[in-house]
Design a protein around this ligand. Structure first.
Ligand code: UT7
Length: 308
């Protein structure tokens, strides 16, 4: 993972919008988040990627594919993956996938396809976000929940990726990040500001249902209960979403890894950042069964079952 060193506290935000530390901690579970000052989305992605390559003991030239995800790219083109490829000095194909906060899970599924066809032995997957660029800093309903950062993993061909669920309920009525309207002198359609719009309560309900449903599907299909799992690594969007999903699923909350208090919601980087923290803390053992689960814009949700 890589997060920018600059942290912004809830008290810092209360100087920008009408909010307070108590509300944010109680309703969302965030105390502080990392916010980019000079770091670009591609720069953070490359930093996380280098850390992942070091951790895996793999050289950039040994990669067969780079897959990246972001909703806050520096440029529409080149893709984030192309920028990471150049920054690392890699020579393999590279492309992006857009599935908002669930995208890391979509990257894993796509990588599984390359492995299954024997087209790759080592694949780098990266989620990187400068959410601070695309939030409306006058909207207290969104600007307090997001943070910046990147997470990456080096995947190897093998049998650790056991099962996955991917669901899309398309449409922009719940979460939307419009593009800039542009400057066409002929355009007579709508011109929205290019910032995140989100119906918080609708997203909340959808998120709890999605997380519970996806975990249950993986349990049913694989004959598992939570006793068979070492960890669930969820998208860190709101502490109360994870708490509600745990309660409704009857899974002890201690099984869910949490870092939202320090990192906030980093969209596609959220799951790999949490996974890296968990791994580096020494609490993941080889052979552990874990579930990764995420939900977000699309609406798109996904979960997968892995042997670590
Ligand atoms: O990763 C993408 C997926 N996104 C998510 O998963 C987000 C899911 N949604 C949420 O996490 C929550 O809905 C929010 C954190 C966004 C909002 O929390 P909430 O408990 O659903 O609040 P609410 O929208 O129901 O608003 C309750 C009250 C309102 O005031 P009134 O109308 O009751 O007077 C809001 O104006 O809280 C107010 N409020 C705030 N107050 C202080 C909303 N934001 C804030 C704030 N500080 N930052």
């Amino acid at each position: 993972m890589y997060v920018p060193p600059h942290t912004v506290t809830n008290d810092d935000l209360s100087a920008l919008v009408e909010t307070n530390d108590e509300w944010i901690r109680r309703r969302v579970g965030i105390a502080e988040r990392h916010i980019a000052v000079t770091e670009s989305t591609a720069g953070m992605a490359a930093a996380a990627a280098r850390n992942a390559l070091d951790n895996a003991g793999i050289a950039a030239e040994d990669l067969d594919l780079i897959l990246c995800a972001t909703v806050s790219a520096d440029n529409v083109s080149p893709s984030l993956a192309c920028m990471v490829q150049a920054a690392l000095g890699a020579v393999c194909p590279a492309y992006d996938i857009n599935a908002a906060c669930s995208a890391f899970l979509f990257l894993l599924e796509t990588a599984a396809g390359w492995f299954a066809r024997g087209r790759a032995k080592k694949i780098l997957v990266v989620g990187s976000e400068r959410m601070s660029r695309i939030v409306d800093w006058s909207d207290r309903g969104t600007c307090v929940i997001f943070g910046d950062g990147a997470g990456a993993a080096v995947l190897g061909a093998g049998d650790g990726y056991l099962d996955s669920v991917i669901t899309v309920r398309g449409g922009d009525s719940v979460i939307k990040i419009p593009c800039s309207a542009g400057k066409s002198p002929f355009w007579q359609g709508s011109c929205e500001e290019p910032y995140i719009q989100m119906n918080g309560q609708e997203t909340f309900k959808y998120a709890v249902n999605a997380m519970c449903g996806d975990i249950q599907t993986l349990f049913n299909r694989n004959g598992l209960t939570h006793d068979d799992l070492a960890w669930i690594v969820p998208h860190q969007a709101n502490y109360r979403i994870i708490e509600s999903a745990a309660k409704r699923s009857g899974i002890p909350q201690e099984k869910f890894y949490l870092n939202i208090d320090r990192v906030g919601n980093t969209s596609s980087a959220s799951v790999p950042i949490a996974l890296d923290e968990l791994n580096r803390s020494g609490r993941l053992q080889r052979g552990d069964k874990i579930i990764l689960t995420a939900f977000g814009g699309g609406l798109a949700n996904a979960a997968c079952l892995l042997t670590w």
